[in-house]
Design a protein around this ligand. Structure first.
Ligand SMILES: [Zn+2]
Length: 387
């Protein structure tokens, strides 16, 4: 007898190469079976998913969920299970000096699984731009914090902004990388300098330091540091990084996503490895909203459903090295499932450059299954269709 049966949905699970009408059976907190026509009598509880999309639990590789610890942090469940996302990654809200509140207060209060990238700057994003002074970096304390929290911390975050990066450039990236590599972890590096302090050539200079598994955040930024050159071609250092296995992450956000750069990038075969939101408190009510809205943007920009699910399930799971338990609906995996709806209409999705992408389909969260438990979607806000 199964505990929960999700019946009749279109199951999209790129890791198993499935895109077909299937039933998903759950026992306890694990996936038990994915098959055609599993009898309803074999389960305690049934969810009718006909007409809906059923995917592995979505993973948001970049958001800010240090609720109460930083001014802009959202509750993990607001970025997570309340909008169809079962795992979120806090991308450097905290550095070593302020990290403690995440495992002590924030993570235990959430139903959503939370992982973190630890900021190289000790005070994290409590001061922006960070790294105003070299004294904000304490490599020993950073390493100690990682070592004590290896179950939660998945890498080291660095934003290429602020005085220290403006003066020391790639040396700061090397510090982040050396610290992360002590533990075999990747770095996550933000490009796009809204503050216009750093040299625009820094992106070309540091990309050769990035290796397979390292994450480039804001791949489609139009701000200084962009990978798009003035003649609209993509810098060769980015293509080489992609070919080495560097993860190209969207990190939608308010300042560092341009739909025009995305279009021009994808036209030159620079596709995102992962879609993520970079959602914060001021943007969860728009224009960012959450991961299904970022997926909707990329549907409008030309990705297909398989690509949208791949970039929000198995690809971020691999980036976090959790692909043995999350990112697919293989039997034995964690029972994290997203049930999504496709709504028809017209939506005008605004990017950081105030450009509008018109979408005729909105991917909307319906139900979330987290560790086998059913949670109805209740997003803080969703884009409104235009008449
Ligand atoms: Zn961010």
């Amino acid at each position: 007898m199964y505990d929960l049966l999700i019946k009749g949905g279109r199951v999209i699970d790129p890791a198993q190469n499935i895109d077909d009408k299937r039933d998903v059976a759950i026992s306890g907190d694990k996936i038990a079976a994915v098959a055609k026509n599993i009898p309803s009598l074999e389960s305690q509880q049934i969810v009718d998913a006909s007409g809906k999309i059923v995917t592995p639990g979505l993973i948001d590789l970049h958001c800010h969920v240090y609720d109460g610890g930083t001014k802009e942090g959202v509750e993990p469940d607001a970025a997570g299970v309340r909008q169809g996302v079962t795992t979120v990654v806090d991308a450097g809200s905290a550095g070593e000096a302020i990290f403690g509140g995440l495992p002590k207060y924030v993570i235990p209060a959430a139903r959503t699984t939370v992982f973190c990238f630890l900021h190289l700057s000790s005070q994290g994003l409590t001061v922006m731009p960070e790294l105003r002074d070299r004294a904000e970096i304490d490599l020993e304390a950073t390493a100690d914090t990682i070592e004590a929290n290896l179950d939660i911390i998945k890498g080291v975050k660095l934003r290429l902004v602020g005085n220290v990066v403006a003066s020391a450039g790639v040396e700061v990236v090397k510090m982040a990388k050396q610290t992360a590599r002590k533990f075999g972890l990747p770095i996550m590096v933000h490009i796009g300098d809204f503050y216009e302090q750093i040299s625009p050539t820094l992106t070309r200079e540091f990309l050769p330091l990035m290796e397979a598994g390292d994450i480039l955040s804001h791949v489609y930024t139009a701000k200084p540091g962009s990978v798009l050159r003035p003649d609209d071609t993509i810098m060769p250092e980015l293509r080489e990084a992609m070919e080495r296995g560097v993860i190209l992450d969207v990190a939608n956000g308010r300042r560092n996503f341009s739909s025009e750069v995305a279009r021009k990038g994808m036209a030159q075969d620079i596709f995102p490895t992962t879609l993520s939101t970079d959602v914060v408190l001021p943007s969860i009510t728009g224009p960012v909203y959450g991961l299904t809205v970022t997926m909707s943007r990329f549907l409008a920009l030309g990705l297909d459903m398989k690509q949208l699910v791949e970039t929000t399930t198995i690809n971020p799971a691999r980036a976090l090295r959790i692909e043995n338990s999350k990112g697919s609906l293989k039997p034995g995996m964690d029972a994290d499932v997203s049930i999504l709806e496709l709504l028809s209409g017209t939506w005008e999705l605004v990017d950081a450059e105030q450009q509008v992408t018109e979408a005729d389909t909105l991917i909307a969260p319906g139900m979330t299954v987290k560790s086998g438990q059913l949670i109805p979607a209740k997003p803080v806000a969703q884009p409104k269709p235009v008449d």
